[in-house]
Ligand binder design. Structure first.
Ligand code: DOR
Ligand code: ZN
Length: 340
């Protein structure tokens, strides 16, 4: 039995670090575990221009203790009015690593999102030309579509046609939650990949709804049925270079989650690696953990692999009930791995 695992330093390819006091509170947790992170731009107002991206990067760097060697990778937020030239300039100047497509009103901070992909086709064509990845929150937003079906329907209505129309565009289907999404990505060409969160490896929709309504298990895309969890887990542990780590850590103050209309988001950054490795261990896939956590992401993005290492070993990690004003994923549980 493997009791200790040393891997190349990992990256988080999808995180929400927020701004202001919340940024100062949560960013060090991500910087302790990861060398780099793709930082999502759904602030209010969102990060849409190169100047805003540069300023946000400076605020993130200022929020992280200098001793932690961490590089935030900034993402532009696409709107119906995004200028292709601004995206290309941000990419060329090293400010924007990628751009994020939020369908309007799909999730937290998506009110300025894209109402129809046709509106940004010129931007996406330019991104394909310059090799700038498109990161997608893949859910339809139509009121008549059941929330548990919104990801699978997005594939048919939007993603599959987009992949066919722009075969050169690098696309990351973010935080996949369904068997359909895992299958689509596995079957797609090499320029289509997906991130997978720790929560979608561990919980199905029962975690939200059995024995009482549990707002801290609520995120978007929402956890689905058990067979979807198993399919997502099989994709993560498959060793396929198309699947990589993206926590979607999304902190919300406890009173905004435990409310009549609670926010979507799970704060998993403090124990993300301990959570992921537990899933890989349970599935007998520890030998594939390094690829998922540290290699597939940078290769897809065309970035260098990290040089340092991190060691995890079997041992108790007790997850507290609260971290400041935020309830972490696995609150009150003890995980079976710890960072050395
Ligand atoms: O659960 C989520 N929370 N899903 C998202 O897409 C956004 C995120 C947030 O920013 O809180
Ligand atoms: Zn997210």
């Amino acid at each position: 039995m493997t009791d200790r695992l040393t891997i190349r330093r990992p990256d988080d390819w999808h995180v929400h670090l927020r701004d202001g006091a919340m940024l100062a509170h949560v960013a060090p947790y991500t910087a302790r575990q990861f060398a780099r992170a793709i930082v999502m731009p759904n602030l209010s107002p969102p990060v849409t221009t190169v100047a805003e991206g540069r300023a946000y990067r400076e605020r993130i760097v200022a929020a992280i203790p200098a001793a932690l060697d961490f590089t935030p990778l900034i993402v532009a937020y696409l709107t119906d009015g995004t200028d292709a030239e601004e995206m290309a300039r941000g990419h060329a100047e090293g400010v924007f690593t990628a751009a994020k497509l939020y369908p309007a009103h799909a999730t937290t901070g998506s009110a300025h999102g894209v109402t129809d992909v046709a509106n940004i086709m010129g931007v996406l064509e330019r991104m394909a030309d310059i090799g700038m990845p498109l990161l997608i929150h893949g859910e339809v937003t139509d009121h008549d579509v059941d929330i548990f079906d919104r990801e699978a329907l997005f594939i048919d209505r939007t993603l599959a046609p987009l992949v066919a129309r722009l075969p050169e565009l690098k696309i990351v289907f973010e935080h996949i939650t369904t068997a359909e999404a895992a299958q689509f990505v596995a079957d797609a060409p090499a320029n289509v990949a997906a991130t997978i969160t720790p929560q979608h490896l561990h919980i199905n929709r029962n975690a939200m709804l059995v024995g009482g309504i549990r707002p801290h298990a609520y995120c978007l895309p929402v956890a689905k049925r058990e067979h979807h969890r198993l399919a997502v887990r099989a994709a993560a542990t498959s060793g396929s270079p198309k699947f990589f780590l993206g926590t979607d850590s999304a902190p919300h103050a406890v009173h905004t989650k435990e409310a009549p209309c609670g926010c979507a988001g799970i704060f998993n950054a403090p124990f993300a690696l301990e959570s992921y490795i537990a899933a890989f261990d349970e599935d007998g896939a520890l030998d594939r953990f390094e690829g998922f956590a540290s290699e597939h992401g940078p290769r897809f993005y065309g970035l260098p692999l990290n040089q340092g290492t991190i060691t995890l070993e079997r041992g108790a990690t007790v997850v507290p009930d609260r971290i400041g004003d935020v309830v972490p994923f696995h609150a009150g549980e003890t995980l079976g791995w710890r960072i050395v």
